[in-house]
Write a protein that binds this ligand. Structure first.
Ligand SMILES: [Zn+2]
Length: 321
């Protein structure tokens, strides 16, 4: 292994061979990926952006592994905070296959459209700063995995679960060995700095352009039917006792959709949605005595609520009146 200068990584050992790594997108505690290790074999579930690659390789070394130990790179869906680094990571891990949802596979082989789509959401300049350079994955290394595909890593067996709702190209990974599920964005986002109140806070990322509340409810039913003890969220970290969070997530998806429908005919709809969503979060968090001021809450959630408003605005435009 070649000598590289020590890089500080936020790597959390969660037991059962599951490690959560902060991919350092924008701020600590915003986005993660998971390094799963079993019998000397490794898999990354989600992989951050192209800028995260040095962190991922450092995390591997911390676990005493080199890049040849990586059997699978598994983006839960092809949004760039999850899959933007897939090409670079695959180039660094010569023994790995890329496991991806059938609807996402072609975007990993030719990321041009993905880049265009993301530039439309974030703007070109912001895109470059956030996500770096996308790299194509050679087609012969891409395995397209539909619902219920099983694969083994060391002694454990993992399974894909098709979970549309946040995006149609989204699957989750069930891991019976930890009685956990790697949920990408399907089980919402829950930030550590907002989880200090009486109840935890979780919200559905309704990122453009495939928000589908009905599909999302069904996906949550599917996940909870497996009776998981813990969920591994990309945003951010492990959540145990998932039942109350699932209930809150269902409630918020319902309320977001209502809040959007009520503003369907409004002028400057997206801006109106953005402030309504932010107020919705602030009201909940203050009620739960989370210990943060409204300004602190705004700081943490500003980007998410802007994206959520954009996604709901697009969703409204697809609904027949
Ligand atoms: Zn996403």
């Amino acid at each position: 292994m070649s000598e590289t200068p020590a890089l500080s990584v936020r790597l959390f050992d969660l037991g059962h061979g599951v490690n959560c790594l902060d991919t350092e997108l924008q701020r600590p505690g915003l986005a993660s990926c998971y390094l799963l290790v079993d019998e000397g074999e490794a898999a990354f579930i989600d992989c951050g952006t192209a800028n995260s690659l040095p962190l991922l390789l450092t995390a591997l070394r911390r676990k005493g592994l080199d890049s040849d130990a990586v059997r699978y790179v598994i983006p839960t869906h092809v949004h760039l905070d999850h899959a933007g680094g897939a090409g670079a990571l695959m180039a660094a891990c010569s023994q790995a296959s890329l496991l991806v949802h059938p609807r996402g596979a072609r975007h990993m082989i030719d990321p041009g459209k993905l880049q265009q789509g993301a530039e439309a959401v974030y703007g070109e300049e912001r895109f470059a700063a956030l996500f770096g350079q996308l790299q194509a994955v050679p087609e012969q290394r891409v395995v397209s995995a539909g619902d219920g595909q099983r694969f083994s890593l060391g002694r454990r067996e993992l399974e894909t679960i098709d979970t549309p709702g946040h995006a149609r190209h989204h699957f989750c990974i069930h891991d019976p060995a930890s009685n956990g599920i790697f949920t990408g964005d399907t089980f919402g986002a829950s930030y550590p700095e907002l989880n200090c109140g009486r109840a935890r806070f979780i919200f559905p990322p309704t990122t453009p352009i495939q928000f589908d509340p009905e599909a999302w409810f069904e996906s949550l039913d599917k996940l909870m039917a497996l009776a998981p003890q813990r969920m591994y969220l990309t945003h951010f970290g492990m959540q145990e006792e998932p039942e109350p969070l699932a209930a809150l997530l269902r409630q918020f998806i319902e309320e977001y959709a209502d809040l959007a429908r009520e503003r369907a005919g409004q002028e400057q709809r997206q801006a109106a949605l953005e402030s309504a969503l932010m107020q919705h979060s602030i009201n909940y968090l203050l009620d739960q005595q989370c210990g943060c001021s409204p300004d602190q809450i705004r700081d943490v959630l500003a980007m998410d609520m802007a994206l959520n408003a954009q996604g709901l605005d697009h969703w409204l435009s697809t609904q027949t009146p």
